[in-house]
Design a protein around this ligand. Structure first.
Ligand SMILES: [Zn+2]
Length: 433
């Protein structure tokens, strides 16, 4: 009885959702929400930092309350008077990743986070919630936003950072907006930056499904200049004054290159057509990172630039998980008794929600890796089969990937595996169909 009731409620909800018009609740502008997430392993808190209004809205205009992936956190916008949910999005954060490190057991830290939602016509309640790796909501904040509040800062109207359009989408009213952002390039190095943007863009479109769906992407290169060239390398005592204050050694992990300055990032972007962000860092040291619906960041002058920028885009755009493990058992990022929400890994707790239907009959679990996988130069990929391979998701056992190799596993493999490809197609369709 209860199940039937839930079904009817859900059906009614969906029907209402589809009837919603963007114009009914929102104007063609962006509400930028800046937060400080703070805390440690024991407790976390969310506080509103600043609220801004930016001209134009470059995110989704339909399926406003649907999510293509669950994420490690969600932003939910409700109409204040009716409490109807009118917009949702999901995300991941460096703060939540930091909570999994030992440092978070003894220190309390604060992290900036910035989220974009369409600018509401009426008063709304915005809820931010953060989930742990058991997919439970552990921290939440709800605050009211009154659209004519005089303290909503208006930005992005003048002195917009110069940008160039690298590719215009076939239909700019129904496309995915990507902005490249320059980090560690001086004014004199902007041509190098533009060349690097083109290299990254062509690397992305050399991969399926991006190749076949290329016309659905609108891509700009935002020319944010840095006072100094390069990026900071704390392990070498080398700190530089750059546009986004990026650095290696994030969380004391050598090749982990990130920026924690989310507000600076969005200040450079204000007024440009952007939703998904790819930061290019002018360095030849290996590194990068990608955080769902936050940003993707990659070095540009290392031999692995092309595979890395595409791999990190898999994280930031579609929330794909890493399909590798290190040579030793990590602190489990994915508890083996919980099905992770990421589409390209499974713990077999709910395999039907993953690629069970794509599995060949009589496949053994774990599926043995093909003998030619180790032969990095000429593996016979045509003979590879979908299965449930270990390791994946930083776990030597108990977390599985779908294919012998994938862009989300190694830099050597030239493409995404069939399961990642399908996940990417689903996300692209979600935003553009
Ligand atoms: Zn994959």
């Amino acid at each position: 009885m209860k199940k039937l009731f839930t079904f009817i409620t859900l059906f009614a909800l969906c029907a209402t959702t589809y009837a919603q018009e963007f114009e009914k609740y929102f104007t063609d502008a962006t509400l930028r929400l800046d937060y400080i997430f703070s805390g440690n392993v024991q407790q976390q808190a969310i506080a509103v930092d600043e609220i801004c209004k930016i001209p134009r809205w470059y995110g989704k205009r339909r399926r406003l309350t649907e999510l293509p992936m669950e994420g490690n956190g969600q932003v939910t916008v409700r109409h204040h008077r009716t409490q109807e949910v009118i917009y949702r999005n999901s995300f991941s954060t460096l703060f939540q990743e930091w909570l999994s490190y030992d440092e978070a057991k003894t220190k309390t830290r604060a992290f900036e986070n910035v989220f974009l939602v369409p600018f509401p016509k009426d008063t709304v309640d915005v809820t931010i919630d953060l989930r742990n790796n058991r997919r439970e909501v552990v921290t939440t904040l709800t605050h009211m936003v009154v659209p004519n509040d005089i303290l909503i800062r208006s930005i992005g109207n003048k002195k917009v950072t110069p940008y160039e359009t690298l590719q215009q989408a076939a239909d700019t009213t129904k496309c995915i907006h990507i902005a490249f952002v320059a980090e560690g390039y001086t004014e004199a190095e902007m041509q190098t930056y533009l060349n690097d943007c083109n290299t990254a863009m062509e690397a992305l479109f050399a991969h399926e499904p991006f190749k076949s769906m290329r016309s659905r992407f609108n891509i700009v290169a935002v020319k944010s200049p840095s006072a100094e060239s390069g990026t900071s390398e704390p392990a070498k005592g080398d700190w530089r004054n750059t546009a986004l204050h990026s650095n290696f050694d994030t969380f004391y992990s050598g090749r982990y290159l990130t920026t924690l300055h989310l507000k600076d990032l969005h200040n450079w972007l204000a007024g440009t057509p952007y939703e998904h962000i790819i930061v290019l860092v002018n360095t030849d040291s290996y590194g990068g990172g990608g955080i769902l619906n936050s940003y993707n960041l990659s070095m540009t002058h290392h031999a692995a630039f092309k595979p890395v920028v595409v791999h990190e885009f898999g994280h930031s755009f579609a929330g794909l998980a890493d399909e590798y493990a290190y040579g030793y058992e990590q602190i489990p990022m994915y508890p083996h008794d919980i099905e992770p929400w990421e589409k390209n890994i499974t713990t077999m707790v709910d395999f039907d929600s993953k690629w069970a239907k794509m599995m060949p009959k009589k496949a053994t679990i774990p599926t043995p890796e093909p003998a030619d996988l180790k032969d990095k130069k000429s593996p016979n990929r045509k003979n590879w089969k979908i299965g449930a391979y270990e390791p994946a998701g930083y776990s030597l056992h108990g977390v599985y990937r779908a294919y012998p190799d994938c862009r989300m596993r190694t830099n050597n493999n030239p493409e995404f595996c069939p399961v990642c490809k399908q996940a990417l197609i689903d996300v692209i369709d979600f935003y553009t169909k």
